[in-house]
Ligand binder design. Structure first.
Ligand SMILES: Nc1ncnc2c1ncn2[C@@H]1O[C@H](COP(=O)(O)OP(=O)(O)OP(=O)(O)O)[C@@H](O)[C@H]1O
Ligand SMILES: [Mg+2]
Length: 340
């Protein structure tokens, strides 16, 4: 290795290895010595210790290829007896995969949401992955039976494309159209997927007397990701869409992250012809697990327990996650000083 290559390879080593290497070739480094100074110390002794340094680098590189699992060290667990043994990677990853197929049974809140649309508008505020699409599909099915037009809006073109594919599979391609800034397919279909901006513009035109025929029979407007109502820049689009939505159409607002759904339901009730029903719960169908993945490929649970801590104040970091993160910070600060 040339001196440059050697220095670059040393910069890739974790801090603790560099300290160990510095100790073996130049004596114990001072406690407060940073990564940059340790590398300089090693480089100063490189000429007479080249083989030893290269061996350390090669061992580390070979280890990196072999690493998959990270057991946590019992010594660290013992250091905090109150917290118990930290979760190991095996239990952290256990059960992840495709579940056994089971017959589909809608949850009570899903049935309640679809039924509530018979009586008025509905806000569904439930966690990610709970099954909001089922509510949208069943509500669409009902509106189709009544020969109404259904508009499904999302904030992103990419999400609109995904929904277009999904709805085309469920209702058949002839029944579903899409209108976004980039795409216009089957625009006279009874089910129309569009970005919220496009719907707002159609409603604007209608307010000015230019009524699009598709709005005549509008029976259901689904606003997916409706937390965008609170977006400082785009929120006004959702607000105007709700205000201008024809009174004969039902509104279904879907979101995993509205902070004040009661207030929103009260507002809809005050400006729309029928009361707005709020469906809300916080149970996760798919529990969250938090892990920490270091750029070197090491994965570890982020917290000592596999389950998410009930509140941030009860969150205790996994010792391995702490160690990897410290290593990352040291490497990152060395890298930025070196390129700066
Ligand atoms: N009652 C149910 N029982 C079992 N699985 C269900 C049920 N309802 C929906 N699912 C499944 O749950 C998964 C997530 O559903 P969906 O995409 O509708 O979630 P979502 O609430 O829209 O999530 P997001 O907030 O990410 O948009 C899908 O695979 C769906 O088939
Ligand atoms: Mg969804």
């Amino acid at each position: 290795m040339t001196r440059d290559e050697l220095e670059r390879a040393l910069a890739e080593l974790p801090f603790r290895l560099l300290r160990r290497l510095a100790r073996t070739i130049a004596g114990p480094p001072a406690m407060r010595m940073g990564k940059r100074r340790i590398i300089h110390t090693i480089m100063a002794a490189a000429e007479t210790n080249q083989a030893r340094i290269e061996a350390a680098i090669r061992t580390h590189q070979a280890e990196q290829h072999a690493i998959a699992a990270v057991p946590s060290t019992p010594a660290e667990a013992a250091a905090d007896p109150k917290a118990g043994k930290p979760a190991d990677l095996g239990s952290f990853l256990e059960g992840i995969g495709v579940p056994e197929p089971r017959p589909f049974v809608p949850d009570d809140w899903q049935v309640e949401a679809v039924d509530a649309l018979e009586r008025g508008d509905v806000i569904v505020s439930v966690p990610t992955g709970s099954g909001k699409t089922y509510v949208a599909v069943e509500a669409t099915r009902r509106a189709m039976r009544e020969e109404r037009t259904i508009v499904y809006t999302s904030p992103l073109k990419a999400l609109s494309n995904t929904k277009f594919t999904e709805f085309s599979k469920v209702f058949g391609p002839e029944s579903v159209g899409i209108i976004t800034g980039d795409r216009r397919d089957n625009p006279n279909a009874p089910i129309l997927i569009m970005t919220t901006e496009i719907l707002r513009n159609l409603l604007y035109d209608a307010a000015g007397g230019e009524i699009d025929v598709r709005l005549d029979t509008l029976g259901l407007v689904i606003l997916d990701e409706s937390q965008f109502l609170g977006d400082p820049e785009r929120g006004v689009v959702w607000e105007e869409t709700i205000i201008f939505c024809p009174s004969q159409a039902r509104m279904l607002l879907l979101s995993a992250s509205i902070g004040n759904p009661q207030e929103l339901a009260a507002w809809l009730t005050s400006i729309r012809p029928n009361p707005c029903h709020l469906i809300r719960h916080q149970r996760r169908s798919v529990p969250l697990r938090a892990g920490y993945l270091h750029p070197n490929g090491k994965l570890t649970p982020l917290f000592r327990t596999v389950a998410m801590p009930p509140s941030p104040s009860q969150a205790i970091l996994h010792p391995e996650a702490k160690r990897l993160f410290t290593m990352y910070e040291e490497d990152a600060s060395y890298g930025s000083r070196r390129s700066g």
